[in-house]
Design a protein around this ligand. Structure first.
Ligand SMILES: [Zn+2]
Length: 68
């Protein structure tokens, strides 16, 4: 699990990212998560490289509601 949830007084809940979901790196308690995540490439999350767009990127997800 890469998230830790803590509940404080007045039922406030805080979530802390303990491990990077992209590479499994374990964060130190005061280490910046956004700085680490920004060093990853889109491909690390299974996305296209920057600037590369799929040919069918604007195709309807559900065939426009039609049933063929
Ligand atoms: Zn990482």
């Amino acid at each position: 699990m890469s998230l830790r949830a803590r509940t404080y007084s007045r039922s406030r809940r805080f979530f802390t990212l303990t491990h990077c979901p992209l590479c499994g790196y374990e964060f130190d308690s005061d280490e910046s998560r956004p700085d680490h995540l920004a060093d990853h490439n889109p491909e690390d999350a299974g996305l296209n490289p920057l600037g590369k767009i799929d040919e069918d990127h604007d195709a309807p997800l559900f065939a426009g509601g039609r049933v063929d």
